[in-house]
Design a binder for this molecule. Structure first.
Ligand SMILES: Nc1ncnc2c1ncn2[C@@H]1O[C@H](COP(=O)(O)OP(=O)(O)OP(=O)(O)O)[C@@H](O)[C@H]1O
Length: 710
């Protein structure tokens, strides 16, 4: 958009603009790329991003606002801007409200939106499918026909083609391939094939032959479902899932009867190891760690130590498989020293044309890499990644506008929005339900444009009862449309079909989490898009992503907000609409203000709702204080403007002493032993336990090959 000193230019066809930006992202992206060459890039990750000087903006002209600055956390000056004297055509929507009315000054005193750094990086690509059919593998014919007829799959994915033969040979393996590339079957097929072929037929009462550990309950259910389908012809092999939430008593009863392929979250399994006499690991032939890098993280590590000790104490012979889309060098090295002669399987095809026939040559399995050539994670080719920079005060209306645009005015959209805590999920879920679906500002059916779709909100986080978690998971899985608000419990492994957009409302704490979150869309060769929401002070994060070979293209906040002109529920007092006159920036501001006021009115409708908003804000600040050291220069609590953040929780004023508790907690953390050291020590301990079954070989300095006692 062209710039006219602080006033948004006329947007004659806001509807068309929105559709151009989101419905046809490729051309828009290409246009932005071309425009980018004219911009000054900020290549250095150290340098602060350049300020955008002449861009059209909803933000009024620059002026230091001392009062606002004083309210910045810890008093650190943040560049803020006060409005130019409002003119008839460029006033905030709330300028027109009666004196004394509760209004929100959404478009005043916001920091300038910086020019985004635009580093050019070549993303890592993988080829998803091969032309080889499952028949090419040496599998039981009934297993092949189950894959073909029950799972309705004919050709193998690259990771399956590589992993299945290696695993059938009895090798340990580290498997890394992009999100949604079929890793679950890459291990489930060899497990089922090998167990059904055992000479002495497996009895239910034998107990577990395969142990599959996954980080979340939903993923446990999903993997269980896959195993169950593969076992259709082999009814004597019994699968089972332990995942917490269920009554321990009934899980104990199932364990007593016998489970041959046991899928579990680490915590729940530890529970049973400690309290259930009926669990044993005498027969274990397979140990699978799906999402291995997550399971090896601090937190899960303790549980895993208990599990490995219990398994090692009883089992003589087994294959170990570690899988993830983001197996880091640390995990690879740990596996290298602890697994038996492991094969490293990676489908990376970074520098080669994935469509060329030779590219298959790079699908060869290889020994684990000593060095880390893996610092760029593969991103599905069909995934369009976007970023939008939004001043804190406008975050809430921007998220709402985006959801309205996608889920109300476009068809068949399924959106996942990631937040950093359960409280944030719960707050936004309730707020959107109460304001966008019912109540005074609700989108009453008679106001809905004929092209609109009813909104459906769902939420998923660890504080929900298991019954509800499972119901939500199933509901969203089978829905064609809907908006799922969730924490990172939905980031790993979940295969939710036809998700079209991933929104990261709170930035993730690591590139791996970024990859897993966006990986809930564009799975198995499909298309999808993602949107990362950043505050102006967080723009540098784009460089951090680029250093991991992740490219994002910018979307303008103005384009997202302009959808509000389609919705007469948000008409300003002057009553303008796209029907009566062209929707310009002023109307967009008015409507955004009406929407914000709707949120604020709801939040201030009772003490309970105010307190809920404050708690959510506090939770946000706490989560913000936990970004890792390497990202602190971008996500630092001191860079937050408390008053502006409060607005994004529908609060009219910044609550007092809000960050005191977050700061206290931070200080307490500083007093704790160095977490990094603790993490390293845990990994070493874990490596020792993993290799304990090969103890004699290691102690005598034997080679890896001699470690295996089985
Ligand atoms: N050979 C195949 N042909 C067609 N579809 C397949 C094939 N293999 C797997 N799929 C489907 O692809 C989707 C993604 O598979 P899966 O969940 O195993 O991916 P993943 O690599 O484990 O992803 P993540 O890294 O996110 O955990 C699933 O819906 C699965 O049914």
């Amino acid at each position: 958009m062209a710039a006219v000193s602080g006033v948004l230019p006329q947007v004659p066809e806001p509807r068309a603009a929105v559709f151009r930006t989101f419905s046809k992202p490729r051309p828009a992206h290409a246009r932005r790329q071309a425009a980018a060459t004219k911009r000054k890039c900020q290549a250095s990750s150290e340098a602060p991003p350049a300020k955008r000087r002449s861009k059209a903006s909803f933000l009024p002209a620059k002026k230091t606002a001392a009062k606002e600055t004083r309210r910045t956390l810890k008093g650190k000056a943040q560049r803020t801007f006060s409005p130019k004297k409002p003119s008839a055509g460029a006033r905030d929507g709330d300028q027109e409200r009666k004196p004394g009315a509760k209004t929100s000054s959404l478009f005043k005193n916001n920091p300038e939106i910086p020019e985004l750094p635009r580093p050019v990086v070549k993303q890592v690509q993988e080829k998803v499918f091969t032309s080889d059919a499952f028949q090419a593998l040496d599998l039981h014919p009934h297993l092949i026909s189950t894959i073909n007829t029950v799972l309705k799959m004919s050709s193998m994915t690259s990771v399956q083609k590589q992993s299945i033969p290696v695993l059938l040979e009895g090798r340990d393996a580290l498997v890394r391939s992009q999100t949604g590339s079929g890793k679950t079957l890459a291990y489930c097929i060899p497990v089922v094939q090998s167990l059904q072929a055992m000479q002495s037929k497996i009895q239910r009462g034998d107990g577990p032959y395969a142990l599959i550990l996954v980080p979340t309950r939903e993923l446990a259910l999903q993997s269980f479902d896959t195993v169950q389908k593969l076992l259709k012809p082999f009814t004597w092999i019994v699968p089972g899932v332990l995942m917490g939430g269920e009554k321990r008593k009934s899980e104990k009863a199932r364990l007593r009867k016998g489970i041959n392929i046991l899928i579990s979250t680490p915590g729940r399994l530890v529970d049973h190891i400690k309290s259930t006499k009926n669990i044993h690991f005498r027969q274990i032939r397979w140990l699978i760690l799906d999402e291995a890098d997550r399971i090896l993280d601090l937190g899960f590590e303790k549980d895993l130590t208990v599990i490995l000790n219990a398994v090692n104490a009883e089992c003589q012979e087994r294959q170990n498989v570690l899988l993830s889309a983001t197996l880091t060098e640390g995990v690879a090295r740990l596996a290298d020293i602890s697994l038996h002669d492991p094969v490293s399987i990676s489908v990376l095809d970074e520098s080669h044309d994935v469509s060329s026939p030779e590219s298959e040559a790079f699908l060869e399995a290889s020994p684990p890499q000593a060095t880390d050539e893996l610092d760029g994670f593969a991103i599905p080719a069909g995934l369009e990644q976007h970023v939008v920079v939004v001043p804190s005060k406008l975050r809430l209306v921007c998220l709402a506008a985006f959801i309205l645009q996608k889920c109300k005015f476009e068809r068949d959209q399924k959106v996942i929005v990631f937040f950093s805590s359960c409280e944030l999920v719960e707050f936004h879920y309730t707020l959107f339900l109460q304001t966008l679906l019912s109540g005074s500002g609700a989108l009453a059916p008679e106001h809905l444009p004929s092209t609109s779709t009813p909104l459906k909100f769902l939420r998923l986080h660890s504080a929900l009862e298991q019954e509800e978690r499972t119901a939500v998971f199933q509901d969203f899985t089978h829905s064609k449309t809907g908006i799922l608000f969730c924490t990172d419990i939905a980031a790993r492994g979940l295969d939710l079909p036809q998700v079209t957009w991933i929104v990261q409302y709170n930035a993730p704490s690591s590139p791996a989490e970024y990859i897993h979150r966006i990986g809930r869309t564009a799975r198995i060769g499909c298309h999808g898009s993602s949107l990362l929401v950043l505050a102006p002070s967080e723009a540098e994060y784009v460089n951090s992503l680029a250093s991991h070979k992740i490219n994002v293209s910018e979307v303008k906040m103005e384009d997202i907000l302009s959808v509000l002109t389609k919705d007469d529920c948000f008409k300003g007092r002057r009553g303008g609409s796209q029907k009566s006159r062209a929707a310009g920036p002023q109307e967009i501001r008015e409507r955004a203000t009406v929407l914000q006021t709707l949120f604020e009115d709801y939040v201030h409708s009772s003490e309970e709702t105010v307190s809920g908003a404050k708690k959510a804000l506090q939770s946000f600040i706490r989560a913000y204080a936990t970004y890792p050291r390497e990202l602190k220069h971008i996500f630092h609590i001191r860079l937050l403007h408390l008053g502006h953040m409060a607005k994004s929780f529908g609060l009219r004023d910044a609550p007092k002493n809000l960050c005191a508790s977050a700061m206290k907690k931070k200080k307490a953390n500083l007093k704790r032993p160095d977490l990094q050291r603790k993490k390293t020590q845990s990994k070493q301990r874990l490596a020792e336990i993993l290799r304990s079954e090969y103890a004699s070989g290691m102690e005598t300095g034997g080679t890896k090959a001699s470690r295996k006692v089985c």
